[in-house]
Ligand binder design. Structure first.
Ligand code: 3PG
Length: 410
């Protein structure tokens, strides 16, 4: 992808697609501003180099114009972080927007309204479009053209939305030249693609989460690259079951038992050391106030369910990580939303922070594991924390991201 730092920006109108899809509470307060903060370096670079910044994002999944999905609540925080008054447009295309763009001074920032208020934004990617679409499935590019007509330069910094082939993430790149990646996009690709494809070895991956089915792609892809694979979270019970162990009433995906066996075999044939927890924290119900105890992984009694990895597993996992040079983590080790079952996840977060301090590259690959690292206040200790959920997962699965492909092609 093209390099933003090499782009000529002075006096240029720059359309920046960021992922400012932040969570808001019922009173429209931002409850986590990570994605806004992550977008700041690119916007500041543009401002400092005399660009007129046209900032665009989606928020939520609105069906048409929906006030509660307006980007207006983001303006104060953006203004504060950028140190200027960000101007908010009421729309994202049309004559009013064109006027506001024309009035932008060099170094000014205009925030467009939620780009998903137009169904044409997503029409760029129909449901049945599975990333590589056939010519006849391509959509009407008119909306992308309208967005593109606002600008001289396109910067895509929306890594979190790079797995969507939408008008503002994919379409615009065809109509504005140059079209380059922003600093956040570049950093995400450097870590989640670069460091993972070409890691300093030994390379370990920790994969957790409740379901094997949602992580199959990631596990299969990582098995090609890692030396050590540690599995935790609810998915382990499907693996135990496949090994014939007693899992009590733990979560098991019966239709994935065969697959679990195949993954064991694949790990073996690749020489990957695949470790499952040796002990688990079990509970008598799925609740924060459940009775709980630690048992060996093969001895889960009937009526009990595993909700976290146990202390022996934490020790084994930590030792396995001690000799690594690169670690990627995706998915919690247990039900970390409940304090009683957060110990395993928090221990892994602490271990990774410790390894970071020793020069190990530590990558937190999106979603719940990011929330877990943030919950224990260790986010700034990691080499990289991804701002993507679905996008990180797809990249780790080895799928090309349409938003990145469009930049490559540009
Ligand atoms: C996300 O939160 O994962 C991104 O902003 C993409 O949002 P979407 O899943 O609604 O496309």
């Amino acid at each position: 992808v093209g390099d933003l730092s090499a782009a000529d920006l002075k006096g240029k109108k720059v359309f920046v697609r960021a992922d400012l899809n932040v969570p808001l509470d019922d009173n429209q307060n931002i409850t986590d501003d990570t994605r806004i903060r992550a977008a700041i370096p690119t916007i500041k670079h543009l401002m400092q180099n005399g660009a007129k910044v046209i900032l665009s994002s989606h928020l939520g999944r609105p069906k048409g114009v929906t006030p509660k999905f307006s980007l207006a609540p983001l303006v104060p925080r953006l203004s504060e972080l950028l140190g200027i008054e960000v101007v908010k447009a009421e729309d994202c295309i049309g004559p009013e927007v064109e006027k506001a763009v024309a009035a932008l001074p060099e170094g000014g920032v205009l925030l467009l309204e939620n780009v998903r208020f137009y169904k044409e934004e997503e029409k760029n990617e129909p449901e049945f479009n599975v990333r590589f679409y056939k010519e006849e499935e391509k959509n009407d590019p008119e909306f992308a053209k309208k967005l593109a007509s606002l600008a001289d330069v396109y910067v895509n910094d929306a890594f979190g939305t790079a797995h969507r082939a939408h008008a503002s993430t994919e379409g615009v790149a065809k109509f504005v030249k140059p079209a380059v990646a922003g600093f956040l996009m570049q950093k995400e690709l450097d870590y989640l693609d670069g460091a993972v494809s070409n890691p300093k070895k030994p390379f370990a991956a920790i994969v957790g989460g409740s379901k094997v089915s949602s992580k199959i792609g990631v596990i299969e892809s990582l098995l090609e690259k890692v030396d050590v694979l540690l599995l935790g979270g609810g998915m382990i019970f499907t693996f135990y079951k496949a090994q014939g162990k007693a899992v009590g009433s733990s979560l098991v995906e019966v239709d994935k038992l065969e697959l679990a066996t195949t993954l064991f075999e694949k790990a073996k044939s690749k020489g990957v050391s695949l470790l499952l927890p040796t002990d688990v924290v079990i509970a008598d119900k799925f609740a924060a106030d459940a009775n709980s105890k630690v048992v060996p992984a093969s001895e889960i009694p009937d009526g009990w369910m595993g909700l976290d990895i146990g202390p022996d597993s934490i020790k084994t996992f930590s030792e396995a990580l001690d000799t690594t040079k690169t670690v990627i983590w995706n998915g919690p080790m247990g039900v970390f939303e409940m304090d009683k079952f957060a110990v395993g996840t928090e221990a892994i977060a602490k271990k990774l922070a410790e390894l970071s301090g020793k020069g190990v590259t530590t990558i937190i690959g999106g979603g719940d594991s990011v929330a877990a690292v943030e919950k224990v206040g260790l986010a700034d200790k990691m080499s990289h924390i991804s701002t993507g959920g679905g996008a990180s997962l797809e990249l780790l699965e080895g799928k090309p991201l349409p938003g990145v492909l469009a930049l490559d092609e540009a």
